[in-house]
Design a protein around this ligand. Structure first.
Ligand code: PLP
Length: 381
């Protein structure tokens, strides 16, 4: 008997929220370009500005601080490539646990990269950040500091308040990748230190293809795509009113139930403790967001495990998929000092707005079956 697959990969992309679908379908009925001054254009402009207001509210930003982009990857690229030019950065200081979007955009600037280490629990090393700030001042280098708020692989919550306190009062620029934090933690962009912040629609229940860069007024001139002056000249290209309306609707209806998420994750971790006492949970000693767990059972290769779980109808991730769909080695776990052999066993289970206890139970039942098969076949250590 076949049953619907269980989705346990919300950190990769959240299922579409019904409210986002409705808003998008309604917008698709409209004709025109939001920049046109006639009635058709004005109706679409109205949707774009409503969406902007809704996204701004969730991010604690002012609507004028929201620049819609095609993805968070684009927003990050705008922040780093555009920001490096705008702020005459002499180097980019970024943590070793950044998303590939940040690592690659930073590399594309051609600037020296000053890497900030992660500790064994996956936290950004604040002492090293402080000493890099001192070093920059001694050398007269202006830094563009790029950090993430919540790690997409481990769920480790970075000490963004303390990073704000360190970088905020300086002349250096601070960019925060808040993709995994939006709708999970209270964001207060307007009143907090970061100069720029990136967010993404599809992590909160909008479709993929819409993100935003939040900018303070002094970062208003940070550019990547010039084009026809849309987004107040900050990002060229006709705005997708349908995607923006969907992002807005998802933002307006997102209610992160921290208790429910933690209960699901804790039940998985407790279950793992019983069926695989040798399982290692990454970032366990750090503050983690409650919707995700990343663990490894020594000897159980993640590519093999994911395939077997997939056949059982369980969609999980290794946390470090390449765009080719192959499982890549995790640079985040490597930065935490996890030996490669163990990192190659890492699996990520992440929950979200429509996850239930039955999903957690289905995972544990499937994983137990997988482990007993592996043990029977002598493939697990
Ligand atoms: N940053 C983080 C932490 C992410 O988890 C992701 C998505 O995986 C991104 C950036 C990129 O977001 P997008 O898919 O909207 O480009």
């Amino acid at each position: 008997m076949t049953r619907a697959a269980t989705y346990l990969d919300h950190n990769a992309s959240a299922p579409l929220r019904p409210e986002a679908r409705e808003a998008m379908l309604a917008a698709l009925e409209l004709t025109g370009n939001p920049s046109s001054v006639h009635a058709h254009g004005r109706a679409l402009r109205n949707l774009v500005e409503t969406g902007r207001q809704q996204v701004a509210t969730l991010a604690g930003a002012e609507p004028k601080q929201v620049v819609f982009t095609g993805s968070a990857t684009e927003a990050i690229t705008q922040a780093l490539i555009g920001g490096a030019t705008q702020f005459s950065a002499g180097a980019i200081a970024l943590s070793a646990g950044e998303h590939a979007a940040t690592l690659k955009a930073a590399a594309a600037t051609g600037l020296p990269l000053w890497t900030i280490a992660l500790d064994a629990e996956g936290r950004i090393d604040l002492d090293q950040l402080s000493s890099l700030l001192r070093q920059a001042d001694e050398q007269g280098v202006t830094l563009l500091v790029a950090v993430h708020w919540i790690n997409n692989e481990t769920g480790v919550v970075q000490p963004v308040e303390r990073i704000n306190a360190l970088v905020g009062p300086t002349r250096h620029t601070l960019f925060v990748d808040a993709v995994q934090a939006l709708a999970k933690l209270p964001l207060d962009f307007a009143a907090s230190a970061p100069d720029m912040m990136a967010i993404s629609g599809h992590k909160i229940g909008a479709p993929a293809g819409i993100g935003a860069l939040l900018v303070k007024s002094h970062a208003d001139t940070v550019r990547l795509i010039p084009g026809g002056g849309q987004e107040q000249g900050r990002r060229g290209g006709t705005e997708s009113a349908a995607l923006i309306a969907a992002f807005g609707a998802a933002a307006a209806t997102s209610r992160y139930d921290a208790e429910a998420m933690s209960a699901l994750t804790q039940s998985v971790e407790a279950g793992l403790g019983a069926i695989a006492p040798d399982a290692v949970i990454f970032g366990r000693g750090a503050t983690r967001i409650g919707n995700v767990t990343n663990f490894a059972v020594p000897g159980l290769n993640n590519a093999t495990a994911m395939m077997a779980l997939d056949l059982m109808g369980l969609s999980v991730s290794s946390g470090s998929a390449c765009s080719s769909g192959k499982v890549g080695a995790s640079h985040v776990l490597a930065a935490m000092g996890v030996p490669k052999a163990l990192a190659n066993c890492a699996l990520r289970v992440s929950f979200g707005w429509n996850s239930t206890r039955a999903d957690a139970e289905a995972f544990l039942a499937g994983f137990e079956t997988l482990l007993s098969r592996q043990r029977r076949d002598g493939k697990a250590a």
